[in-house]
Design a protein around this ligand. Structure first.
Ligand code: AMP
Ligand code: MG
Length: 338
């Protein structure tokens, strides 16, 4: 059994990391959103390893990470001014822009689509890693499919310890939720997956921004989906979850009390801390803290042998939309809004 090596000093290991990627192996690296499990995007064998190790469905395309905005035109075509403006404004940063792909990107990366998701991270270690290996890196979140995304080394190590040789430690992911995925459709940017870059921020720059219906709804596989990732069970701890949201705190508290079992964890803000339950976990009291904590706290919940996690929802505006997009799937659409 190989044991994953944790790298704290990327400069010391730069030749080894380059070799690992050139040998078509996987490397786990930090970004500002979540950790990525990366491989050379131009090599089919390397890319296939990502799908195997994560047990990821082959029709769920991967995002390609580049060291600089200047690299984009090698792998994709920028077809209009709106795409250009999004790139100029938000990259490098926590956004993925869906562009027309060039032939050098293998079909397995894009699950047969003629578009590719391009991301240029702003995290310094991610950038350094991408410069060292000097190839585009296909990377989904570092977690077994359906599980909460990996945001710190200890969570990730337990899932991939015998499958990946190296993880670069960058501490806890700052944002904690994956990038905003945007595609320009009929000249309007459309959010396929919400993230730290919000609808409101995009509207300020290009005037309008749509949000795909699939962001808050259950997607059925027979419908045409622009963002195949939304099809799958996602972000889920092992314990059953119930998501409850109300703007009215008293209504929310009363509803939560109706669903309590002897072994219920409440994961929410300090508004709920005095409700008697098996375990209360404060996930933060502002959206940025909640986003930062969410995935690792969902994993933490599984360590208490509870039979139910009641999660407090948030208002679906700004970063709240990204949080609710994840939580609705975490709870497998077991969701009450009052
Ligand atoms: P993950 O790799 O787990 O962060 O998920 C990547 C997300 O980006 C999924 O929701 C994919 O459906 C989406 N995605 C990647 N490439 C494309 C593409 N070419 N078109 C639309 N969505 C994409
Ligand atoms: Mg993922």
């Amino acid at each position: 059994m190989i044991n994953m090596k944790v790298i704290n000093d990327i400069e010391k290991y730069k030749d080894i990391l380059k070799k690992e990627i050139d040998n078509n192996n996987l490397v786990i690296f930090p970004t500002e959103t979540v950790y990525g499990i990366g491989a050379n995007a131009l090599n089919v064998d390397a890319v296939n390893k990502i799908f195997e190790v994560k047990t990821r469905a082959k029709n769920n395309p991967l995002i390609v990470h580049l060291k600089s905005i200047n690299e984009i035109s090698k792998y994709a075509t920028i077809e209009n001014d709106i795409e250009q403006k999004l790139i100029d404004t938000f990259m490098p940063g926590p956004i993925t822009i869906i562009l027309k792909k060039k032939d050098c990107i293998p079909e397995c990366v894009t699950a047969g689509l003629d578009t590719v998701g391009i991301r240029v991270p702003i995290n310094e270690i991610a950038n350094r890693f991408l410069s060292i290996v000097d190839v585009p890196i296909a990377a989904p979140s570092a977690n077994i499919s359906s599980r909460p995304s990996g945001t710190k080394v200890s969570d990730i190590r337990s899932e991939f310890d015998d499958k990946v040789n190296y993880i670069i430690d960058g501490g806890e992911s700052k944002i904690g939720l994956e990038s905003t995925v945007v595609k320009v459709i009929n000249n309007v940017p459309t959010i396929l997956r919400p993230g730290y870059i919000t609808k409101e921020m995009i509207e300020k720059v290009v005037g309008s921004c749509n949000v795909s219906d699939h962001v808050l709804k259950e997607v059925d596989s027979s419908s045409i989906v622009e963002s195949p990732g939304m099809l799958y069970r996602h972000y889920a701890p092992r314990t059953k979850c119930l998501l409850i949201y109300s703007k009215d705190i008293e209504l929310l508290r009363n509803e939560i009390k109706k669903h309590l079992t002897n072994k219920t964890i409440i994961l929410g803000s300090n508004n709920l801390k005095d409700i008697k339950c098996y375990k209360f976990i404060n996930y933060g009291d502002d959206l940025e803290t909640i986003s930062h904590n969410l995935f690792s706290y969902l994993r933490l919940c599984d360590t208490y042998e509870a039979d139910l996690i009641i999660i407090e929802g948030v208002d679906k505006v700004g970063l709240g939309l990204a949080i609710m997009n994840r939580l609705i799937r975490t709870s497998n659409f077991n969701y009450i809004e009052l």
